[in-house]
Design a protein. Structure first.
Length: 235
């Protein structure tokens, strides 16, 4: 019995020391806890106040700004240009040059045919006038010019304008596998084709600039392509 008492005394002193340390730890926590809680309450109050102010105030960055139609059209055009570059393949300058040479030979052949067939058309016109007993007092040379102009226009319209407008190609471009299409849509209108082939293309050739601009333009456009909103692409 006398040997067990010291061990109990040691255990009781150890328990007393442990309980004392725990009490001190609790006391420290209790001592430090009120400032932390107050600080947390203050921060929550400030956050709630800021949220309430943000609800009432409008965020300028969150509200989309009004855009003009021209700006939206420019963005859409840029997207279309990017998509167009992925879809189409622009005609090379070499192919365009060869196609132009073939078309020029074809046009020279049409003009020669019109010139040599003019007397036949003159006789046909005279036959019709005599049949219906009409008399026209017009100089012979002037009549020949009118016949040449009408026949040439009809042949060009049938063999150049119609293919460009409805089939997006010419004789030379068809051989080289090229197409003429609108810059903003696939097909081109009849007036657009007439303006390109009858007006702007001759002007572009006469001033010689039409042969230079394809080397400078990103889309290899001649002057008649720029004015008429057309591009030449691979078929």
């Amino acid at each position: 019995m006398s040997k067990e008492k010291p061990s109990q005394g040691i255990k009781s002193s150890a328990l007393h020391s442990e309980s004392k340390s725990e009490w001190e730890f609790d006391a420290v926590l209790k001592k430090n806890s009120p400032p932390k809680i107050e600080k947390l309450k203050v921060s929550n109050h400030l956050e709630n106040k800021e949220r309430a102010q943000n609800k009432l105030a409008l965020d300028e960055n969150a509200v989309p700004k009004a855009r003009t139609r021209s700006a939206m059209a420019r963005d859409m055009q840029n997207e279309d240009d990017e998509n167009l570059d992925d879809i189409i393949s622009l005609a090379t300058i070499v192919k365009r040059t060869v196609a132009f040479a073939i078309d020029s030979i074809f046009l020279i052949g049409l003009i020669s045919f019109t010139k040599y067939s003019a007397p036949l058309w003159r006789k046909l016109l005279q036959y019709l006038l005599d049949s219906y007993k009409y008399k026209v007092i017009i100089p012979e040379s002037f009549v020949m010019y009118i016949i040449l102009g009408l026949v040439g226009f009809c042949l060009l319209f049938a063999l150049v304008i119609i293919p460009v407008s409805f089939f997006n190609t010419t004789f030379g471009k068809k051989i080289l596998g090229l197409r003429v299409r609108g810059d903003k849509r696939y097909s081109i209108s009849l007036t657009q084709a007439m303006s390109r082939e009858f007006i702007m293309k001759p002007i572009s050739i006469l001033i010689i600039a039409g042969f230079i601009t394809p080397f400078i333009s990103k889309k290899r456009l001649s002057i008649h392509d720029m004015v008429c909103d057309t591009i030449v692409v691979e078929d």
